[in-house]
Design a protein around this ligand. Structure first.
Ligand SMILES: *[C@@H]1O[C@H](CO)[C@@H](O)[C@H](O)[C@H]1NC(C)=O
Ligand SMILES: *[C@@H]1O[C@H](CO)[C@@H](O)[C@H](O)[C@H]1NC(C)=O
Ligand SMILES: *[C@@H]1O[C@H](CO)[C@@H](O)[C@H](O)[C@H]1NC(C)=O
Ligand SMILES: *[C@@H]1O[C@H](CO)[C@@H](O)[C@H](O)[C@H]1NC(C)=O
Ligand SMILES: *[C@@H]1O[C@H](CO)[C@@H](O)[C@H](O)[C@H]1NC(C)=O
Ligand SMILES: *[C@@H]1O[C@H](CO)[C@@H](O)[C@H](O)[C@H]1NC(C)=O
Ligand SMILES: *[C@@H]1O[C@H](CO)[C@@H](O)[C@H](O)[C@H]1NC(C)=O
Ligand SMILES: *[C@@H]1O[C@H](CO)[C@@H](O)[C@H](O)[C@H]1NC(C)=O
Ligand SMILES: *[C@@H]1O[C@H](CO)[C@@H](O)[C@H](O)[C@H]1NC(C)=O
Ligand SMILES: *[C@@H]1O[C@H](CO)[C@@H](O)[C@H](O)[C@H]1NC(C)=O
Ligand SMILES: *[C@@H]1O[C@H](CO)[C@@H](O)[C@H](O)[C@H]1NC(C)=O
Length: 696
């Protein structure tokens, strides 16, 4: 059934992807093509634990805020009265995340929500082409429309009955945006009394218009391709004039390696803002697609490497609260950064094809992102810490740059509400990028979560392919595939870099991945099956000041901390007053949660002594919610000892700033997947202990 429906959608635009019409060309050249191409939204459906997660997301805050949350339910975009800032970005963020969630699940209730929004916004497009409610030059900023368009192109892919209408509307808007930009970058640069972007968020993210416009250029350029090309140029040029050229920032010389309060720094603030950085990673590539300048591709790799070396956290996000500082594990990382990192690294991977980038996407998806979301998806943190012994209103906000003391509470809007509306995109887009088409008309399973892919391969789209990936990955290290195809094709299984030589395909070794980390399977026409089993051992990664982080497979492990959770009424992020009932869930499911530890958090470990523990049989279905303490079926035991760990600024002190002194008898400590442990210590001082029996 589903397959049939999807296949129709794919067929409707088949060819558009492969045969670039003349009108997409500029000066005889077309956009640079990715190495791996995503399938149209809706082609991939979740299974197993990932389906459970998306269903929890749909049943939780993401899938319900449309009904009560003031920045969505009462958004000016749909005739209401409430925006949290002059950027007017809240409901476009929400739409960009809910479209892939609704179509990924095929959930009728959510499909109704996004259809309502789509209808309202398209039906209220203004006569001059403006999308949105703003009517004056001072209030009309282009930025929020980038997010809207990102949502629109996904919608147009997933529902062919809306494609024409969406494309019409986008063209009308682009013609207007183009004329505004030609007029001294109106809508991008703030002139005189303009209010739409006084801080510079939009102008720091000018490349965000590129994904939608490049999509339009390839799928449906009409007679408008010159304007599309020029609009993208103008966005970049305007940003450059303002001082937000990411090409000047992602360099060894300019990039600030540590940035403490007293470090001198002369470039724009936009470059050191974590969410901007997660998005700005894509800036060079968006220009590379248009110019073919290989240096920009190289620079993208440099950007990833700089972040990795100086500011990438152990669970895979950028340590930035809201600005980068150093690798202090008590500093924070904003939830939206994890969501944007997942989207950016998944996108960059499609062009660069480096295996470590795909591992990075998984690292963030299985660690940094879920740790900040409550198991039931009804609350989230604004800021997570790698070492986070409690989650409550701290007595001070001095630990952070521009984040309040309440930011690590699990809540409705524990700090800026952008995370409330932007976090929904992370998992649905991760799913949508999990299978990718390859240049040789094959298919690759890249993010190894359970799911199905239905697509048509081959130059003429005649090879109808359906793949099922049955797995509990990353909790279990094996994946079983069943495949049906009308013609032979190459199926590629990505082998994570951590998988060792004892990994098997169909029970046989060796697995010999190609230079991009793929094992290729020659799939015959008809039904077939194959399976992979990854072999690995726990990995110890050294961090600053004689600390370590422990990984096993794609999961980071952290000290399990049992806690008491006290629900309280959700508060307004600005006033810190309890929110009125008209913006919270009528059924009372929107609560803030204060978590207090019941077990020790102050430990050092001996990373030479680690053992893997299976807490329940692997062949069973995983518990749901899986990202909850004790739910994942794999844990580690490690030799540990309690130490005197000072509390500074109402949180665990930065290791390296105090002497490691054991205070008790060594014991075998329980490490659990980081994403499941809302209180956790992940970056632990390392020491040597006498050999012990780790079985408790
Ligand atoms: C394409 O040609 C136009 C003039 O015809 C020129 O202004 C523009 O810079 C060229 N673009 C590229 C990418 O070479
Ligand atoms: C364009 O905008 C800038 C910045 O607001 C202003 O300084 C400049 O005078 C404007 N130029 C024109 C031609 O209006
Ligand atoms: C800016 O606003 C002030 C006061 O509202 C007004 O006097 C002035 O003319 C405005 N300037 C522009 C350029 O619109
Ligand atoms: C396409 O645009 C060109 C100029 O930009 C114009 O001469 C031509 O008539 C247009 N064609 C159609 C079908 O609108
Ligand atoms: C920033 O500018 C000041 C004064 O212009 C200069 O002394 C300093 O070296 C610059 N700092 C950096 C990091 O470039
Ligand atoms: C390591 O410890 C030193 C103090 O000994 C401190 O200044 C530095 O910030 C710490 N490094 C990190 C990355 O936290
Ligand atoms: C949180 O603590 C700060 C002081 O650090 C205080 O100003 C604020 O009102 C508190 N918020 C709540 C909701 O208790
Ligand atoms: C997945 O595999 C498990 C056992 O390995 C089996 O019980 C289950 O039916 C399979 N599910 C699908 C969708 O094939
Ligand atoms: C592979 O398995 C063999 C036999 O169990 C073992 O001796 C060897 O250490 C393993 N190699 C790796 C890389 O784990
Ligand atoms: C919600 O109630 C507050 C007062 O309690 C009021 O100011 C606000 O306008 C109401 N919002 C909506 C969307 O009804
Ligand atoms: C994963 O689950 C399968 C059953 O679905 C089981 O046979 C296998 O042993 C498990 N793999 C690991 C690494 O635990």
């Amino acid at each position: 059934m589903l397959f049939g429906k999807v296949a129709v959608g794919v067929a409707a635009i088949a060819g558009a992807q492969h045969v670039l019409s003349k009108s997409t060309l500029r000066n005889g050249s077309s956009l640079i093509q990715p190495v791996f191409r995503p399938l149209d939204l809706g082609s991939i459906k979740p299974l197993g634990w990932f389906k459970d997660q998306l269903e929890l997301e749909a049943a939780g805050l993401s899938g319900n805020m449309f009904d009560f949350y003031r920045f969505v339910h009462d958004a000016k975009w749909i005739g209401g009265a409430t925006e949290y800032s002059a950027l007017d970005e809240a409901s476009p963020y929400w739409f960009n995340g809910l479209v892939p969630l609704a179509f990924g699940l095929g959930d009728e209730r959510l499909l109704d929500q996004v259809k309502y929004y789509l209808d309202y916004v398209l039906d209220h497009q203004q006569d001059d082409g403006w999308l949105g409610f703003e009517t004056t030059r001072a209030t009309r900023g282009l930025w929020a429309r980038c997010l809207l368009l990102l949502g629109l192109i996904q919608y147009a892919e997933a529902d062919p009955s809306q494609t024409e209408r969406i494309v019409d509307s986008m063209h009308r808007y682009v013609v207007l945006a183009h004329s505004m930009l030609k007029n001294n970058y109106t809508g991008l640069l703030v002139h005189g009394n303009d209010t739409f972007d006084t801080a510079g968020f939009g102008v720091g993210r000018t490349h965000e218009l590129h994904i939608p416009l490049q999509w339009l250029l390839e799928r449906s350029p009409r007679n408008n391709s010159d304007i599309l090309w020029e609009t993208m140029d103008l966005m970049i040029d305007g940003g450059v004039l303002w001082g937000a050229d990411w090409r000047t920032f992602w360099t060894e010389e300019a990039y600030p390696k540590t940035l403490l309060e007293d470090t001198s720094y002369n470039l724009s603030w936009v470059f050191i803002h974590g969410v901007n950085m997660a998005e700005g990673l894509r800036y060079p590539l968006s220009i590379y697609r248009m110019s073919g300048d290989e240096a920009l591709k190289t620079q993208t790799r440099t950007a990833l490497d700089l972040l990795t070396k100086y500011h990438r956290s152990t669970p895979g996000t950028i340590l930035a609260d809201e600005y980068i500082a150093d690798l202090n594990p008590s500093r924070g990382a904003e939830l939206c950064i994890a969501a944007e990192i997942m989207f950016s690294t998944a996108y960059i991977y499609q062009f660069l094809g480096d295996n470590d980038i795909a591992d990075w996407v998984e690292q963030t998806a299985f660690n940094a992102f879920p740790v900040s979301v409550a198991p039931d998806w009804w609350s989230h943190q604004y800021v997570q810490q790698e070492n986070q012994p409690w989650s409550r209103n701290l007595t001070t906000d001095d630990n952070w740059w521009d984040v309040n003391s309440y930011a690590n509470v699990f809540g409705l809007e524990p700090n800026y509400p952008c995370c409330t509306v932007n976090h929904p995109q992370a998992y649905p887009k991760f799913l949508a990028n999990s299978f990718l088409a390859t240049e040789d008309e094959g298919l690759a399973h890249v993010f190894l979560i359970p799911g199905t892919a239905a697509t048509r391969l081959g130059k003429d789209g005649s090879n109808s392919v359906f793949v099922t990936a049955n797995t509990s990955y990353p909790f279990n290290h094996s994946v079983q595939y069943t495949i049906s195809a009308t013609s032979p094709f190459s199926f590629y299984i990505r082998i994570p870099a951590w998988a060792d030589k004892n990994s098997t395909i169909d029970g046989k070794t060796p697995v010999l991945p190609d230079s991009n980390g793929f094992h290729r399977v020659n799939v015959q026409a008809g039904e077939s099956s194959t399976s992979v089993q990854f072999s690995t051992t726990p990995r110890v990664v050294e961090r600053a000041n004689n600390t370590v982080a422990i990984y096993y497979g794609a999961l980071l492990y952290a000290l399990a901390i049992e806690y008491d959770s006290v629900p309280t009424a959700p508060i307004n992020y600005r006033s810190q007053e309890v929110l009125p009932a008209n913006t919270t869930d009528p059924a009372g499911r929107t609560k803030d949660h204060l978590l207090t530890p019941k077990t020790a958090w102050n430990v050092a470990i001996d990373p030479r002594q680690i053992s893997v523990v299976q807490t329940r049989p692997m062949d069973r279905q995983l518990q749901s919610p899986i990202w909850d303490l004790g739910a994942p079926p794999v844990e580690l035991q490690v030799a540990a000892v309690e130490i005197d760990w000072p509390v500074v600024r109402d949180t665990a002190a930065d290791p390296g700033t105090f002497e490691i002194k054991a205070t008790g008898k060594p014991f075998s400590a329980r490490l659990v997947p980081y994403g499941s442990s809302k209180l956790h210590m992940a970056v632990l001082p390392s020491l040597v202990l006498d050999d012990m029996d780790l079985k408790q």
